[in-house]
Design a protein around this ligand. Structure first.
Ligand SMILES: Nc1nc2c(c(=O)[nH]1)N=C([C@H](O)[C@H](O)COP(=O)(O)OP(=O)(O)OP(=O)(O)O)CN2
Ligand SMILES: [Zn+2]
Length: 138
């Protein structure tokens, strides 16, 4: 049976502040600069979620896109859209809300909700048009 990838794209808006509790205020400002602004700033994120698997002979699908859409709604949109990442999402109480860590959060959340988590292949997260992170669970 042939293998194929399917990618579903969604967009969400969140605000955050890059700040590490493990660093002094001076170190935070030095490392994160304007992104350490104490009142935060916002992004219109775009996420591409890719699943990879065998095309089922009977359905012609790797995964029903309707199911993938539901997984992304639960794992990404509900926890992150129109949220303050640092204040509203418990994971970011202990992880700096960089694009790298947001991508890992999305990966873990999807793994938790998918019926066949082994199909998850790649999370590609655009913080801006210019700042892009790929996470594949490694
Ligand atoms: N490794 C990382 N570095 C930075 C991250 C990150 O998530 N991982 N994030 C930021 C900030 O969140 C910041 O908001 C990035 O915005 P900015 O630099 O303004 O974005 P652009 O590069 O798209 O805008 P320019 O105006 O072109 O600079 C910083 N670093
Ligand atoms: Zn930012």
């Amino acid at each position: 049976m042939p293998l194929a990838n399917i990618t579903r794209v969604e967009k969400f808006s969140s605000c955050h502040r890059l700040h590490s509790n493990n660093l002094s205020d001076e170190e935070n400002i030095k490392i994160f600069g304007k992104c350490n602004n104490k009142n935060g700033h916002g992004h219109n994120y775009k996420v591409e979620v890719t699943v990879k698997g065998l095309i089922d002979e009977n359905t012609g699908m790797v995964m029903n896109v309707s199911d993938l859409k539901k997984y992304i709604n639960v794992a990404v949109m509900e926890p992150l859209d129109h949220k303050n990442l640092d204040m509203d999402v418990p994971y970011f109480k202990h992880h700096v809300s960089t694009t790298e860590n947001v991508a890992i959060f999305i990966w873990k959340s999807l793994k938790d909700v998918m019926h066949n988590p082994n199909l998850l292949y790649k999370v590609k997260l655009f913080e801006t048009d210019k700042n892009i992170v790929v996470y594949k669970g490694e």
